[in-house]
Design a protein around this ligand. Sequence first.
Ligand code: NAD
Length: 301
Amino acid sequence: MILDGKKIAAEIRAELREQVQALTQAGQRAPKLVVVIVGNNPASETYVANKIKACQEVGIEAQRIAYATTITEQTLLSEVHRLNSDSSVDGFIVQLPLPDHINESTILSAIDYRKDVDGLTPESMGRAIQGLDAFISATPKGIRELLARYQITTEGKHVVVIGRSNIVGKPMAMLLMQRPYLSLPNMSASSLGDATVTVCHSKTRDLAAICRTADIIIVAAGSPKLLTANMVKDGAVVIDVGINRVDDLTSPRGYRLVGDVDFDNVAPKASFITPVPGGVGPMTIVSLLQNTLQAYNEHSR
Ligand code: NAD
């Protein structure tokens, strides 16, 4: 069965639109997200444009603040402090990567965790690990939501996460292994968490044998066809996070997007599998919107 992220994300957007409409019809202001972008990295420009558009579709106010690559770290830091204390802003993100002369960690660390709707600051990640209120980064949060909406539980299951990045692998493993702390945003009654998690990476030995023991495999490596059919046991759930461009002369763009899973051969063995595109990607963006609405609700309490 296909885990249809596109469809679920559309359902969530409709729910969010209703919730935002209820607020504005009651005379309250709309939630507001600010996206700070530095320089003109084309991929970043596309991501930012998609985030702004997604906000607008559900009635969340979205503002793009753009700086030239020459901005100093100090000026960007001042902007972060200004946004932290601007009460009309519920959440903000600083689009990564930043130019080399700016220390990303310095900038991220300055973001108030209550406005860190990307869930990427050391404080947000530390709080989430301890089960305290914090925003969860968009991709792991979206995967958790996708599993929940298909009523796929994780309690007691062996989950293999391939990839250990700060934005996907680490927070994903953390969410799955921990007790389902009720303070975490959107934690539903279904048993997400309580899994036995193995994290694999580029230095893991015999990845195939480890994967074959998994009930659920989440691949976030950025390597096309990394997960092949011989690595998947019958009935496993397969979540493909990867987004890779491969040459395709039949496509007008000259390339197409594929995930990290050899989909055609793995799908017949899996009980559930996400396609690329249309699986994890749409869930990622909708998670940012959920986090922004949640920041608004907590902010206006
Ligand atoms: P990354 O690119 O920072 O790192 C890749 C990770 O995979 C590393 O931890 C590495 O050890 C591991 N890895 C690489 N090759 C491996 C191999 N052959 N065997 C085992 N492990 C291997 O990770 P990232 O930023 O999490 O991105 C991973 C992929 O997910 C990329 O394709 C990225 O574009 C995609 N991504 C998609 C979304 C989405 O919304 N769908 C969001 C974020 C990232």
